[in-house]
Design a protein around this ligand. Structure first.
Ligand code: GMT
Length: 374
């Protein structure tokens, strides 16, 4: 197939899933065209089947807000026609689904019918999408998509709860490349930052309010009172300065490292004993899946789709949002040397259910089904 993929080109979960999907489809022989405003963060390999088309917005003094959606729709029209795309797959509804709707209408006037598939990733529904500033457009563009997928059953249900949706929503979960995300021998790295009796806790996120990084730090501060440990924080975002201040107030800076945005997260995960995900909302929790693939158990909230991944009492534990003391108790239980090996093995076993080789064929089947209905 000739597939156009539209996504955010950042380290964010939806962009990562879209990019990894495109790479996996290209490996299977499909021609994949990424259409976005900059080179996707994880698209750094050469393949005869991968193409990147930059959306460029000409500057004009009148534009207080550059009209990205229009430039994107125009680019989709151009690439769909010139590359003879079989379908457009847009990731994250805002503004990609409505831009795709516009592109589809324009293409119709030129005698081309191109199916549009929208994948809902989470905050496009649970936070941003249901805001009155966007809701009518989000509802309309989801209903106008030819196919709709969501990354968890929880997100599917929330979409029906928040919006007036007439379309069937297919659940296709996030996936993981187990060749890339696997526990590697990185003992030298571990020895450089922790002594042999210390446990290593890890959190990765974009440091936005929804991730509750403050809870990560408060959980760690309490765990550290019970057992020698260190905390590694991967990623960056608006809450980081507040978190650095909190570490100073709690006088734990010597045991907390802010590592910033890293390409090779799997190297940090390879030395970790526990992953913390205390999110307020989380449609799936791709970061937790990456940790589990590296044999790291997860203490998380039970928000959104996380329980569909992190099996309570098996691969880690799930607690209500904000239940810091409960998460501390669960963390200490997992970190006990008697329990840790079992949780690590279970985490990896569960991660294998989301192997890229199992999930990508679900997208291919879905594409075919939608094309056949046209
Ligand atoms: O987690 C984020 O804030 C980034 C966000 C995105 O849209 O880029 O991630 C969402 O999509 C990921 C991939 O499908 C999911 O694994 C994340 O759970 C989801 N984040 C939220 O729902 C908060």
């Amino acid at each position: 197939m000739r597939i156009g993929i539209v996504c955010y080109p950042t380290f964010g979960g939806s962009g990562v899933v879209a990019t990894e999907l495109g790479k996996a489809l290209a490996l299977k022989g499909h021609k994949v065209h990424f259409i976005t405003y900059s080179q996707p963060a994880r698209l750094h390999l050469f393949s005869e089947n991968l193409f990147y088309h930059e959306v460029f917005i000409p500057a004009y003094p009148l534009f207080q807000y550059p009209p990205y959606e229009l430039a994107l729709a125009s680019k989709m029209v151009d690439i769909a026609r010139f590359e003879k795309l079989d379908l457009l797959h847009v990731h994250y509804a805002i503004p990609h689904a409505s831009a795709a709707f516009m592109a589809k209408q324009i293409l119709k006037t030129k005698g081309i019918n191109i199916p549009v598939i929208t994948t809902l990733h989470g905050t496009d529904i649970t936070l941003v999408g249901k805001d009155a500033s966007f809701e009518p457009v989000v509802t309309f563009s989801i209903n106008q998509s030819d196919g709709v997928t969501a990354v968890s059953d929880s997100l599917r249900v929330e979409t029906y709860d928040y919006f007036d949706i007439e379309k069937d929503i297919e659940v296709i979960p996030n996936f993981i490349n187990l060749e890339k995300f696997k526990r590697q021998r990185k003992e030298h790295f571990r020895m450089a930052i922790a002594s042999s009796n210390e446990k290593l806790l890890v959190h990765t996120s974009n440091f936005r309010a929804v991730k509750r990084v403050e809870d990560v730090i408060r959980i760690f501060a309490k765990v550290r009172q019970q057992i020698p440990s260190k905390l590694l924080l991967v990623g960056d975002g608006p809450d980081r300065p507040k978190m650095e201040k909190l570490c100073r107030e709690l006088q734990i800076c010597q045991d907390v490292r802010f590592l910033g945005k890293l390409d090779a997260v799997e190297e940090v995960l390879s030395i970790a004993d526990l992953f913390l995900m205390p999110s307020e909302k989380e449609s799936f929790g791709l970061a937790a899946l990456e940790a589990m693939a590296c044999e790291v158990p997860v203490v998380s909230t039970n928000a959104g789709g996380i329980p569909e991944l992190n099996v309570d009492g098996e691969t880690g534990f799930t607690s209500p949002v904000g239940a810091i003391d409960e998460m501390v108790e669960k963390a200490l239980y997992i970190l006990d040397d008697e329990n840790l090996p079992r949780f690590k093995a279970n985490a990896l076993r569960r991660a294998k259910d989301f192997d890229v080789d199992k999930i990508v064929p679900l997208y291919e089947d879905f594409y075919q089904k939608i094309i056949n209905t046209q």
